[in-house]
Design a protein around this ligand. Structure first.
Ligand code: F6P
Length: 324
């Protein structure tokens, strides 16, 4: 291949820029041109392209967000949308594409591969919810931010003998909430993967901790559970009414997607980007770059997407055993 393209799609994630950097530097080392596609599949359909040179990526390893911008597109998932994108690739001599994103974005890479454009999918999501990978780029940075933010909330919660109810991101997955809750010493953690009862799993736990002498509490709620508790604000009110502990709710929100990528997200992103280019150099498409036990390999995209990720229930049980 002489010219490949790269795009970022879906929610941005820390580690996307180190991945882009690695793709460009790897390709350049093998005399392959790289075209950056702005705004994900939207930009691919519109032909919003720009050449990426070494100087464009020289200083982005420590920056979060994505220099290529990101978007979510409904039109791309129609046949007409995909044909538009393929026409843009043909017109611009693009022979292969790397897609960085979450589950939905990577399925777009499968669709384009099936229509003749070799594509490789690389993870980029804070949610850590991709079945074929035990790690997704962005997760470590988001988790570190969550712990830092909850620690700050805990500082004031402790001073006032209050209960802090904190909602964290993760879409339908509870990895951020569970590990963030463990690291922040939460009294209760609600995640979508484990059925819960507010009375038993929140109120009773707070009462029991109070009886042991604890006077402040942190409850971490995965966003995938917030509807089940109505809202974190409603949960805080209920806790206050039933335990007598003054309570406050915080939705951490998009702060979780920012911040300089951690060492892990820089290194994993760099390894995955490099691997993706080596696949395309061999003319191999319709593959997902996979990471398991810190080893990188690749897999058919459809097969990769059919793997359901199951959260380690024993980690949840451990969290409940050691929390107060
Ligand atoms: O998938 C990443 C993620 O941050 C989820 O955790 C969250 O549910 C969603 O994206 C938020 O998306 P948006 O930025 O479009 O509000």
């Amino acid at each position: 291949m002489k010219r490949i393209a790269v795009l970022t799609s879906g929610g941005d994630a820390p580690g996307m820029n180190p991945t882009i950097r690695s793709i460009v530097l790897t390709a350049k080392a093998h005399d392959i041109e790289v075209i950056g596609v702005n705004r994900g599949y939207v930009g691919l359909m519109e032909g919003d392209l720009r050449p990426l040179d070494v100087s464009d990526v020289a200083d982005i390893v420590d920056r979060s967000g994505t220099i290529l911008y990101s978007a979510r597109s409904h039109e791309f998932h129609t046949e007409a949308g995909m044909q538009k994108a393929l026409a843009v690739c043909r017109e611009n001599g693009i022979e292969g594409l790397v897609v960085i994103g979450g589950n939905g974005s990577i399925m777009g890479a499968k669709d384009l591969s099936e229509r003749g454009l070799p594509c490789v999918g690389v993870t980029g999501t804070i949610d850590n919810d991709i079945g074929c990978c035990d790690y997704t780029t962005g997760y470590d940075t988001a988790l570190s931010t969550i712990v830092d933010m909850i620690d700050r909330i805990t500082d004031t919660t402790r001073s006032h003998w209050r209960c802090a109810v904190v909602e964290v991101m993760g879409r339908d997955a509870g990895y951020l909430a569970l590990n963030g809750g463990i690291a922040a010493g939460a009294t209760a953690i609600l995640i979508p993967e484990v059925p819960f009862d507010v009375e038993k799993d929140v109120i009773d736990r707070i009462k029991a901790a109070k009886a042991k002498g604890k006077n402040y509490f942190v409850v971490v709620v995965a966003e995938g559970c917030s509807k089940q508790v109505e809202s974190v604000q409603a949960l805080a009110k209920r806790i206050e009414a039933e335990t007598g502990v003054e309570s406050r709710a915080t939705v951490l929100g998009h702060v979780q997607r920012g911040g300089s990528p951690t060492l892990k997200d820089r290194v994993v992103g760099t390894r995955m980007g490099n691997y993706a280019v080596h696949l395309l150099m061999q003319g191999i498409g319709n593959r997902m770059v996979v990471i398991q036990n810190d080893e990188i390999s690749d897999m058919d995209i459809l097969e990769a997407n059919s793997i359901t990720k199951t959260l380690d229930r024993s980690l949840y049980d451990l969290a409940m055993e050691v929390s107060i």
